[in-house]
Each structure stands twice: as structure tokens, then as C-alpha cells.
Design a protein. Structure first.
Length: 291
């Protein structure tokens, strides 16, 4: 049997609604001679995640971990995996074998330690406020400045050695990205033949769900700040007037900008109010987008 061209670790907590389509997309176009090493790290599941994963990807290693912890699941999967480059893929993300293979080739280049395919958003089921928000968000430096994360990222052997074990944080992707300098990261938009390389995110469908997710992201950013921003020196200025002007120049309307700023501010208030009341951080995810 040929050596796997790369490995993929998929942490999954009660992801029965999406794990099948995630794996089907991942295996799309993969030949039997070049299957990736796939580890589904199911954690704290009380649904059919494990059974579905074993049915869709019988060759994969499927863990059934008792603790419902994404970080523990990722670290356990990483401990067991052998092939490099190595990808960490969220169960609700769609990314094809071809896109990961193209990104893996980039990760084999000298000096490249972390990489992701190009981010695409499926906004077809979102309300108008969410669409307005992402019309601005997609123009921001955070997204365009060699973004690594937001659902999938890959690491070279050197990159894996650099990060070691992922610490307890809601924002594993932010923590990983900030371990690497700009020159060590890559976004991959096209393969060697000019084919598009990308992954697809299904964002929250409603403004209220988006605010919950944004508040959680603020918790994650705070956790990463306490751990230390790392090589990237984060957190760069966000949402400056210049950035918003860029969004406007690229087609965002005044309503889009107003919606973006309002939802950001609402999430900030929600985050600070919860913190003021001394409530422990809670992992929030959007179940509607998983249906």
C-alpha cells in the first residue's frame, strides 16, 4: 500500500448532521492508491457521529473519546497520525481531496509551515443582515492576510514540531496561525493546473446566531492573548477607517457597513456583559447552519 500523501484530523462532537457530507467531500476524487490518512476524533458524542463516520470512511481511524473537548480530540488525533503534511478539518466544513492535495504540495516547499485553501462562504441560506456582515468581513485584512484557519488548516512537519500540543482555547485556529510569521504562512487559491483550491464554510444563518458566534470568538481571542500571540505579533488593528473604506470601494454599501459595525458592537457587549457577570466561557456553535 502506498504511503498516504497527507493526514486529516477531524474533531467531531455530535456532528451526525454533517460528518457524512464532510467525509464524502474530502474523499471526492481520491483514488484507492492515494487515500489520505484520516482520523475522526469523535469526542463526547451522544448521537450517530461515530457510526456514520465508520460507514462513510471505513478505512479511517475513528476515535470515540469520552470527553467533549475539541482541543483534546485534536491533540489525540495528532498523537496518532503519522503522515505529513497534516490537516485539521472542522466537521462542518466542505473541502475536497484535490484542494487538500494542492495545499499539501505547497506545504512541502521550504519555509512553508502553515497553509489553508482559499476561504469561500455559502451565504445562500443566510438572512440579509448576515450577508451584509460578510460582504464587509471578506474584505478585511484578517481574511486576506494569508489567513490560516476558519475551518481548515494544514501544517508541515516543521510546523507541527513548532506548535507541539494545542493548548486549551476556543480559538485553536487563531492560536495556531499566530505561531507563524507572515512569510511562513500561505493561502492556496489555485493548483499547478490552474484549478481553484478552496474550502466552503456555512456561516450562521441569522443575525442573532452570528452575534453568539462572534461573542465566542472574542472569548477565544482573549484566551489566545493570555497564552501569548506568538510569532505573528497579533492582534493587528481591526476595522480601521481605512479597512472599512476598502470594503466600501469593493462594493459594500453604507447599510452593509452599518450592519457589520452593529453586529460587531452587539457581540462585544454580549461578551463583556457575560464576563462582568462572572459567567464561565461557554462553547457556542450554530446548529441551524449544520442542518
Amino acid at each position: 500500500m502506498n504511503e498516504p500523501p497527507f493526514s486529516v484530523i477531524i474533531p467531531a462532537h455530535n456532528e451526525a448532521a454533517v460528518i457524512g457530507r464532510c467525509l464524502s467531500k474530502l474523499l471526492e476524487g481520491a483514488s484507492a492508491e492515494a487515500l489520505p490518512e484520516v482520523i475522526i476524533a469523535a469526542n463526547g458524542c451522544s448521537d450517530e457521529t461515530v457510526a456514520i463516520a465508520r460507514e462513510v470512511a471505513p478505512f479511517a481511524t475513528v476515535l470515540d473519546l469520552p470527553a467533549g473537548s475539541k482541543v483534546i480530540a485534536m491533540n489525540e488525533g495528532n498523537r496518532l497520525a503519522e503522515a505529513v503534511p497534516r490537516f485539521f478539518l472542522d466537521a462542518d466544513i466542505l473541502c475536497s481531496y484535490a484542494s487538500l492535495a494542492a495545499t499539501a504540495r505547497v506545504l512541502r516547499r521550504p519555509g512553508v509551515m502553515a497553509a489553508s485553501p482559499e476561504l469561500r462562504m455559502d451565504l445562500s441560506k443566510c438572512d440579509q443582515w448576515v450577508k451584509s456582515y460578510y460582504k464587509v468581513w471578506l474584505t478585511q485584512p484578517y481574511v486576506r492576510d494569508r489567513l490560516v484557519g476558519s475551518g481548515v488548516y494544514g501544517l508541515s512537519a516543521e510546523g507541527l514540531s513548532k506548535i507541539g500540543e494545542i493548548p486549551a482555547t476556543f480559538a485553536d485556529d487563531t492560536w495556531v496561525r499566530t505561531r507563524f510569521s507572515y512569510d511562513q504562512r500561505r493561502n492556496v487559491s489555485y493548483d499547478e493546473d490552474g484549478n481553484s483550491v478552496y474550502f466552503t464554510v456555512s456561516p450562521p444563518r441569522t443575525a442573532s446566531d452570528l452575534v453568539k458566534i462572534e461573542a465566542r470568538r472574542r472569548v477565544g481571542s482573549e484566551q489566545v492573548a493570555l497564552l501569548g500571540w506568538g510569532a505573528d505579533g497579533e492582534q493587528k488593528r481591526l476595522n480601521s477607517f481605512s479597512d472599512l473604506r476598502t470594503a466600501r470601494a469593493e462594493g459594500a454599501s453604507v447599510v452593509d457597513l452599518g450592519t457589520y459595525l452593529t453586529l460587531k458592537a452587539t457581540a462585544l457587549v454580549k461578551y463583556r456583559w457575560r464576563k462582568l457577570r462572572g459567567k464561565a466561557p461557554v462553547w457556542t456553535r450554530d446548529l441551524a447552519a449544520r442542518s
